[in-house]
Ligand binder design. Structure first.
Ligand SMILES: [Fe+2]
Ligand SMILES: [Fe+2]
Length: 151
């Protein structure tokens, strides 16, 4: 499979619920740090990605459970599956010589995230926003070329 492009934090990834947007900005930074890490830093970077994911998914799972978000089960299951893969690769790395497996996982995380954010996180962000503010979030995204807010 082709290597995906670098994951970049842009306004296109904003979902309009700031607490979640902050987690996602951190996710993008952690995954790219893993992807660009030299071999001797892969294990340390992967451990940071795992710490991040435990906090990120833990927070989203908590929001879903506390607010009884209706379609929560598949979202929570997807988080668990991703975290399992990370833990498995971490265990392999600890045994030594699984650098390519780790780099494959890093690419896979970059490939996985935009779809997850689009389909699952965006619904949760809208739900959380609506509960707090009584309406759908208005997301102001700048166009990448002009840097100006779109109308
Ligand atoms: Fe998320
Ligand atoms: Fe999520």
């Amino acid at each position: 499979m082709n290597t995906p492009d670098p994951l970049e934090w842009t306004d296109a990834l904003l979902l309009g619920y700031p607490a979640m947007d902050r987690l996602h900005e951190e996710f993008v930074a952690e995954v790219e740090a893993l992807r660009s890490a030299p071999d001797d830093q892969l294990a340390a970077r992967l451990s940071q990605v795992r710490d991040h994911l435990e906090a990120h998914f833990g927070q989203e799972d908590q929001w879903m459970r506390e607010t009884e978000f209706p379609p929560r089960d598949c979202h929570i299951d997807e988080h668990a599956a991703v975290l399992n893969s990370v833990r498995e690769v971490q265990a392999l790395l600890a045994q030594g010589d699984h650098l390519q497996t780790c780099r494959g996982l890093a690419d896979e995380l970059a490939r996985w995230f935009p779809g997850h954010a689009d389909y699952l996180d965006s619904a949760l962000a809208a739900w959380m926003f609506k509960r707090r503010h009584g309406g759908k979030p208005v997301v102001v995204r700048r166009t990448i070329t002009s840097g100006e807010p779109t109308a």
